[in-house]
Design a protein around this ligand. Structure first.
Ligand code: AMP
Length: 189
């Protein structure tokens, strides 16, 4: 059982690359953003709560996010592996994930970081906003999301590096080249 985290700023290509990895390795994909957007679409209570944070570019509180993640993970078992996309986003979430996996007799296999400079991220997200229909892909919310990323999420790179789990890949280039580098990192574990 492989537990692979795809890590990077909004717009770094996590979703695109996750789709390709899922296809190649027959892994399951957990995108916490997709889970929350589905809840919003269905008009659930959870969706209504999540929307308040998402629209401002803020993070959903850790305790709520961790319970959503655990339920989503358990619903995917048994499987060959899971790609975590958009989770964890804070150190408490990473700690909770380690504990959750340990309780299930498994652990994080590796963390694949896609590195992309901020200016390019803004450009990519503004462009995506033209077709994504996502309310948070507008310039003001994009800026807030990037600030949240640098303050709350980016420190996780160091956290995982200390645990010897971080593999950083240049997230600028062709989708195929980036995918090949990610596959190489996965094949090495
Ligand atoms: P994403 O699709 O991964 O860019 O996520 C969109 C939004 O959903 C984020 O800006 C957050 O508001 C929320 N979200 C997704 N995943 C998490 C998470 N792990 N922790 C807190 N909020 C999250």
């Amino acid at each position: 059982m492989k537990n692979i985290i795809i890590f990077g700023a909004p717009g770094s290509g996590k979703g695109t690359q996750s789709d390709l990895l899922v296809e190649k390795y027959a892994f399951r994909h957990i995108s916490t953003g997709d889970v929350l957007r589905a809840e919003i679409k269905q008009g659930t209570e959870l969706g209504q709560t999540a929307k308040k944070y998402i629209d401002k570019g803020q993070l959903i509180p850790d305790s709520l996010m961790v319970s959503i993640l655990a339920a989503t993970y358990d619903a995917m078992l048994p499987c060959e592996g899971v790609i975590f996309d958009g989770f964890p986003r804070t150190i408490p979430q990473a700690e909770a994930l380690a504990e959750m996996l340990q309780e299930r007799g498994t652990e994080v296999s590796c963390v694949l970081e896609l590195h992309v400079a901020d200016e390019l991220l803004v450009e990519r997200l503004v462009l995506r906003g033209k077709t994504s229909g996502r309310a948070d892909d507008n310039e003001q919310t994009i800026k807030a999301r990037l600030e949240v990323y640098h303050n709350q999420t980016a420190p996780l790179a160091e956290w995982y590096k200390k645990r010897n789990l971080l593999r950083t890949v240049n997230g600028v280039g062709s989708i195929e080249d980036i995918n090949a580098q990610l596959c190489k990192a996965i094949d090495a574990i």
